[in-house]
Design a protein around this ligand. Sequence first.
Ligand code: ATP
Ligand code: MG
Length: 361
Amino acid sequence: MIPAQCSCGNISAGSFFYAHDSFSTANVPAGTLDAFCTPIHLSAQQIVVAFEMAGALFCEWLLVSPDNSMGRVIAVANQKGGVGKTTTAINLAASFAAAEVNTLLVDCDPQSNATSGLGFVKDPERVSSYHLLMGAASGEEALLTTELEQLWLIPSHKNLIGANLELVDADGREFRLRDALAPLRDRFQFIVLDCPPALDLLTLNALVAADAVLIPMQGEYFALEGISELLDTIERIRAALNPELGIEGVVLTMFDERTNLAQQVMAELKNFFGEKLCRTTVPRNIRLAEAPSHGKAALVYDPRSKGAESYIRLAKEIIERQALAAGAQASETFTTEGTGEHRGEPTVEEIRAAGEMDKTA
Ligand code: ATP
Ligand code: MG
């Protein structure tokens, strides 16, 4: 399968060339993305990452997901500044899109770094997340297509900072984003929200709209500083506004695994967060820092960079977690008839069989 770049200049999901025996992999550095996919060096214009395993994984996830018609909304949040929220939001969203699932990135930060990081210049006239929160435009009207065929963006503008004040006495002010995104949820498998570095009304709107929070943390001492405030906020939102809000995971960013300090910080975070600490860590990587100034996600700017690779791995890990969680949820309702005995995590075949039994019942 060698689909061409589409005529509009977008990089279609199909241009993430799948590995076939007949293609040469001679130019691919050893070990690149080995656990995830088989990259093939083509031309500078073409993306060289294949997503065979991701595709299989998505199929499994879609099969076991309790309600696969609704996209999963992930808020990337940490009120600490400069920890890699925007870098994570852009590159995670791009990695989902590259795995051929429709993905929406919503810039919820007046700094508009996710907007400029995908190559959009500042434009106060453009419909943005500000208009969504103010009820002045629909989500549909705010959608922008991007260089990746399956990635859309709702941009931001610095006027968003005004929403914090303008909404202070507004009805349902915490639900504005959730309500605006509701009509879009069945069109995207993932909706990624890039939050500002504050626990303000903008972050609150994102956390009320989200199914789960992904917390990027820099691998340094004081990494945990302020984290209890974020966790308290999440608890309060669960109690009052969004009982379904979960923690997607905690991801270590700008991580240098070779240092003792980094290892100590990782051990401390593992102790604190347990299984919520993502296996994938994101290294400090110059390509990740350069890519936004070219208006590109790292996997478009330099798909073979360690930075791009780490976010592809993170996307894969999040999909795996979803598949596991959905499997566990399905197993809770799938008990041995009559005894109520729990059968453990069902296989995909068991879930399929259960579906067939339902149809014939
Ligand atoms: P803010 O709180 O201001 O919104 P943020 O949490 O969104 O910041 P980013 O903007 O993603 O953080 O990153 C802060 C800076 O660090 C940026 O210059 C970014 O390019 C750089 N950066 C982020 N992650 C990495 C990385 N893994 N390797 C190298 N540079 C990185
Ligand atoms: Mg940011």
